[in-house]
Design a protein around this ligand. Structure first.
Ligand SMILES: NC(=O)c1ccc[n+]([C@@H]2O[C@H](COP(=O)([O-])OP(=O)(O)OC[C@H]3O[C@@H](n4cnc5c(N)ncnc54)[C@H](O)[C@@H]3O)[C@@H](O)[C@H]2O)c1
Length: 341
């Protein structure tokens, strides 16, 4: 069976390519390297002992994808490719709507025409915006998105919902909470940017000396230590959920044409707990300061994972310590160091 992974040289995509290949699938990657590097294909080959085919295609180009489908005939698609910088999406909404929605529409069009019926979509807990109750289950209302990025996930899910109703397509959307960490080999991980989006890369960058200080935004939230709580999940656990979802669709085990699952651990950790755990696991002292609340931050977000555990049959296997250890090893690898922990 051949799986097309779009965005397969990106952070979560590359980890998923590895897990799919380790499960015996042939994998093709489409990625235009908008936010990733060609060297990731070498790293995947080094980890798995086999080289996936990589196609430098912009998914906004409908003809290019059509050509790919007619020549290579994938059996299933896992669609990661998207712009993901929330802050930038507020400044450049049209670029985000164009890239994230046009690429999805083009891809779905090809899947429907080619009767490639198994489709897994990268969604996000951002579709829940400010949740009314915790933990958040899949029946929680999908709310007005807090950013154009979040809106592309909400609209993306709606486009898929309508497409499965009018075709033979079967789809699963996986709503990730906060993916962190990297592969045990430390050969793939989250690409460092000058403006990391998530807490973990900022912490590791401060600890390695790339940035001066970590800022905790607010210690007066109604949480035990006053800082915000999030559901961090190891990227390899996220990747494995995609293998499970692909197999579910290919084996026709899905209960409806469109299914949605939360991917989290179900446990929330506060920012201060994360800092203290980082210091304990790595032995590094983190330079941090506490400032006022940041606009738009939600007090606490964590998943109800019962549906993913029971219906999808997937469980997380890695804990916070694994997330921190592998994130730190990736930062060491990027710095050319080998003193992994
Ligand atoms: N990382 C997170 O915290 C997180 C959380 C929730 C959801 N997601 C979603 O998961 C998916 C993967 O996220 P990631 O962290 O791996 O991001 P990433 O930026 O590392 O990977 C995305 C990849 O898609 C590629 N891409 C983007 N637009 C493309 C296009 N038009 N044509 C071809 N390739 C294109 C980029 O080059 C990149 O390699 C995204 O859809 C993202 O929105 C991520």
């Amino acid at each position: 069976m051949k799986i097309l992974v779009t965005g397969g040289t990106g952070y979560i995509g590359a980890h998923t390519v590895v897990e799919l290949m380790n499960s015996g699938f042939d994998v093709d990657i489409i990625d235009n390297l908008n936010n990733s590097k060609e060297e990731v294909v070498d790293a995947i080959a080094k980890i798995t002992g086999k080289r996936p085919l990589w196609f430098n295609i912009d998914l906004c180009d409908a003809n290019e994808i059509k050509n790919y489908f007619s020549k290579h005939k994938p059996d299933a698609v896992v669609h990661f490719a998207a712009h993901k910088a929330v802050g930038l999406s507020v400044e450049q909404p049209l670029a985000f709507y164009h890239n994230n929605l046009l690429s999805l529409i083009n891809l779905l069009q090809c899947c429907v025409e080619a009767k490639c019926n198994s489709f897994v979509f990268s969604s996000s807990c951002s579709v829940y915006a400010d949740p009314d109750k915790l933990p958040i289950d899949e029946n929680a209302p999908v709310k007005t998105a807090k950013s154009p990025y979040g809106n592309t996930k909400k609209i993306g899910e709606e486009i898929i919902t309508d497409t499965v109703k009018s075709s033979t397509l079967q789809a699963v959307s996986l709503r990730y909470f906060n993916p962190v960490g990297s592969h045990d080999s430390a050969l793939i991980g989250e690409l460092p940017t000058t403006m990391p989006l998530n807490v973990m890369p900022i912490i590791t960058q401060v600890a390695i000396g790339k940035r001066k200080q970590f800022v905790v935004f607010g210690n007066d939230y109604p949480t035990p230590d006053g800082s915000c709580i999030r559901d961090y999940i190891h990227v390899v656990d996220v990747a494995k959920a995609h293998v499970t979802a692909v197999m579910r669709l290919l084996n026709k085990k899905n209960k409806s044409a469109y299914e949605v699952f939360n991917l989290g651990t179900g446990k929330g950790f506060s920012v201060l707990e994360l800092i203290h755990a980082f210091e304990k696991t790595t032995g590094q002292k983190l330079n941090y300061t506490i400032e006022g609340r940041r606009a738009g931050d939600v007090t606490a977000v964590y998943a109800d994972t019962a549906l993913a555990n029971t219906v999808l049959g997937w469980h997380t296997e890695r804990d916070l310590n694994d997330m921190i250890r592998t994130a730190w090893n990736w930062e060491l690898y990027l710095a050319g160091r080998t003193d992994f922990i």
